[in-house]
Structures are given as structure tokens and as C-alpha cells.
Design a protein around this ligand. Structure first.
Ligand code: ADP
Length: 398
């Protein structure tokens, strides 16, 4: 093995996702997922050559223990000495970072400064960074921010219509998320369509468990649906997306709920789950809707309707629409959601090609509108790990 390898880490408060990519081919040689961190039954699952195995982290059930177990596994596989750099997904870079950056003590202080904007995620990202610095000593570490791509959004799009002082004092504004995915998908879509990204007006929908949509024109982000937090915008697996903010006082007065309880309800019990009263998983909802379940049918319709409404508004931000791009688990696989969205957007000159829509699934990219459509709709699989690995390699001089 002579190729240089990049380790990509994505830390949550109780989880750690890792992937080792070949810097030349982009191939994933090993991936892992540590779960239940900080509980006594924490474990890490490795996937190598299509085979999975699990290692208990009982002796050290935290982020450091997980990175140590990862190092042990890399040694076992003979991959450790080829790791040349570590890339970290960092959720919020606030207004400090509009690009990926090599991690120094100053950058760590910057990520700490952004903790109020991502109170659950940034501290976990920092744990991953510290663990990697200790265990992969001497290697460059690179931070790739979820918010960075959105830093080009103009002031009139990121400013909430609340007293300006709140922005000046607390940084209260819209930041957006999923930026790494948008950057990757915008490039891929332009390549797939054979167009110059600097003359394309795109609306890109990243539809996973969390879902958002962004306007990208001339290669720059112009607006996005997630805001100060990932709660704003589209209907998601368990998040409500946009609601009337007066829901807080309404539920406080009528249901005797606290701010924390309502925040929890909007983040974890709403969206597809809350409407369907079944599941947050789009596959389950589609199956049950197919059998006539009313809640599941309504959940799909609301999801698609909100998405179409947002897509049309994002065409305003992009200054027009050349391509509507679907990505993320739902965007890459659900012909049902895509078909509904295209039907709502017929007035923008998009006409579904039903056969092409059915085919563009399971990792296959494809144009899903008919040849005479005024704008194209296209399915492009995202690959955030590859984008992080590419930034990491470039900034590490590999
Ligand atoms: P995450 O945001 O956790 O990375 P993903 O991008 O993996 O999530 O997307 C998960 C969502 O994609 C789930 O709602 C899942 O049901 C949906 N999904 C995956 N495969 C399909 C499919 N074949 N048809 C419809 N939805 C799918």
C-alpha cells in the first residue's frame, strides 16, 4: 500500500463516524461508527471489505476510546502508517470561517467561540479533534465546516426581521447547514449536466433525516432554508421546520409546556413522525401510505408541498432556475417525493420523465425531467466524506 490515506471524522455528542479514504481514488477502505459514547455499553462497529465487526469500548467508552479503537483496527489492517491527514466535520464555524482550514490552537479557540451556535455539536467536534491530535500525533488536522458554504448568502437573506441589536450582540442570524453536501453536489451537478457551474442557477434539496434546500448561482450559495439552528425550513424526519413562533406561547398557555419541552417536541417528535404518528423514516411512510394509511399519506403530501413551495422561493434567490437537484437519502431514492414535487412545480416548466425518475435510485444519478422541460431536475448522490477528504488533502499539501 503506497497511496496516502485520509481519515475523516464526524463526531456527535454520543457517536463518532469515521472513514478512511484513498487520496488517489477516493475509495473508502474502512468505515466505522461508534455509538452510545459515555455510556458503559458503548461500542464501535467497523466495516472493512464489506465485512462488519463490533468492538466493545467498555474500558474507555468515550470519544478518545473510540479513536484509540480505530487506531488499533487500522494497525490490524496495516493501514495506520499510510494515514497522512485527518479531516473533521465541524458543524458551526459561525461568521469566522467561510472555508475549510488547517486546525491550529487559534482555530480551536474559534470553534469554541462558535459553541453557542451549535451547543451540542461543536463540543463533540472538539473532542474528536483533541483525540485525533493525541492519537495520530504529528498529522495535520483540517476542519471542514457545515456552515462555510453559506457564508456567501447576502445580508438581506440571512437577517431575521427582529431588532438588529440581537445580531450585533449575540450573532442572531441565519447560518444554514449541510454546506459541505451542497458544495459537493453543486460541482457534481454542473459536471453531470455538462455545464459551467459559474453560469448555472440551481436549487438543491438535501433530503436526509434532516432536510434543507439551497439556492446556488454562479457557484455561490445565495440562500438556504435552515437558519440559526437546523429547525427552520422544510418538514424533516422528526423536525417540524417552519412553524408560527407563537406556538411557544400557545402551548405554554394551553398545554402547560415549558420552552425546553416545546423545543424538544419541535425537534424530535414532529415532522414525518409527528404527522404520520408512525415513523420518521420515509421508506416506512411510503410503504404505509401505499397501503392507505391516512397519516402516512398526509405526511408525504405535506413534505412534498412544503419542499415545492420552498424550491419556488429559492428560484427567486437564484435569480431563475436552470436545474433542481435532489440529494440525500430521500432525494436520491424517493421517486414518490420527487414526482410530487415536480407536479407542484409544473408551472416553472419542469415536466417529470416518469421512467427516468424510477431509474434514478440507489446511487444512480440521472436527469428526471423530459427533454422539452424548460429547466432540468436531476438526482445527484452526495458524498460529504469525499468532500472533507479532498479539502483535507489539499490543505495538507498532499
Ligand atoms: P442522514 O441525514 O441521517 O444522513 P440519509 O441521507 O441517510 O440521512 O437519509 C435518510 C432518509 O432517507 C430516511 O428517511 C430514509 O427512509 C430515506 N430513504 C433511504 N432509502 C430510501 C428509499 N429507497 N426510498 C425512500 N426513502 C429512502
Amino acid at each position: 500500500m503506497s497511496n496516502k490515506l485520509i481519515l475523516v471524522l464526524n463526531c456527535g455528542s454520543s457517536s463518532l463516524k469515521g472513514a478512511v479514504l484513498d487520496n488517489g481514488s477516493g475509495e473508502v477502505l474502512l468505515s466505522c461508527l461508534a455509538e452510545k459514547l459515555n455510556l458503559s455499553d458503548a461500542y464501535i462497529t467497523f466495516k472493512v471489505n464489506g465485512e462488519k465487526h463490533k468492538v466493545e469500548l467498555a474500558a474507555k467508552p468515550d470519544h478518545t476510546g473510540a479513536v484509540e479503537a480505530l487506531m488499533d483496527e487500522l494497525k490490524k489492517q496495516g493501514l495506520d502508517s499510510n494515514i497522512a491527514a485527518v479531516g473533521h466535520r465541524v458543524v458551526s464555524g459561525g461568521e469566522l470561517y467561510s472555508e475549510s482550514i488547517v486546525i491550529t490552537e487559534e482555530v480551536i479557540a474559534g470553534i469554541e467561540k462558535c459553541i453557542p451556535l451549535a451547543p451540542l455539536h461543536n463540543p463533540a467536534n472538539l473532542l474528536g479533534i483533541r483525540a485525533a491530535q493525541n492519537i495520530f500525533q504529528g498529522l495535520p488536522n483540517v476542519a471542514v465546516f457545515d456552515t462555510a458554504f453559506h457564508q456567501s448568502i447576502p445580508e438581506h437573506a440571512y437577517t431575521y426581521a427582529v431588532p438588529r441589536e440581537l445580531y450585533r450582540k449575540y450573532g442572531l442570524r441565519r447560518y444554514g447547514f449541510h454546506g459541505t453536501s451542497y458544495r459537493f453536489v453543486a460541482d457534481e451537478a454542473a459536471r453531470f449536466l455538462g455545464k459551467d457551474k459559474n453560469s448555472l442557477r440551481m436549487v438543491i434539496a438535501h433530503l436526509g433525516n434532516g432536510a434543507s434546500i439551497a439556492a446556488v448561482a454562479n457557484g455561490e450559495c445565495k440562500d438556504t432554508s435552515m437558519g440559526l439552528t437546523p429547525l427552520e425550513g422544510l418538514v424533516m424526519g422528526t423536525r417540524s421546520g417552519d412553524v408560527d413562533p407563537s406556538i411557544f406561547s400557545f402551548l405554554e398557555q394551553n398545554a402547560n409546556m415549558s420552552i425546553n419541552q416545546i423545543t424538544d417536541l419541535l425537534n424530535k417528535k414532529s415532522g414525518l413522525l409527528g404527522i404520520s404518528e408512525l415513523s420518521n423514516d420515509c421508506r416506512t411512510i411510503e410503504e404505509e401510505a401505499g397501503k392507505g394509511h391516512e397519516g402516512a399519506k398526509l405526511a408525504l403530501e405535506i413534505f412534498a408541498y412544503r419542499l415545492a413551495k420552498y424550491a419556488a422561493s429559492m428560484a427567486v434567490a437564484a435569480g431563475g432556475l436552470d436545474a433542481l437537484v435532489f440529494t440525500g437519502g430521500i432525494g436520491e431514492n424517493s421517486d414518490i417525493i420527487r414526482g410530487k414535487v415536480l407536479a407542484y412545480l409544473g408551472f416553472l416548466g419542469l415536466t417529470e420523465d416518469k421512467e427516468a425518475n424510477l431509474k434514478a435510485r440507489f446511487g444512480n444519478a440521472g436527469i428526471i425531467t423530459s427533454a422539452d422541460s424548460k429547466a432540468s431536475a436531476v438526482v445527484i448522490p452526495t458524498n460529504e466524506e469525499l468532500m472533507i477528504a479532498q479539502d483535507t488533502a489539499r490543505l495538507s499539501g498532499l
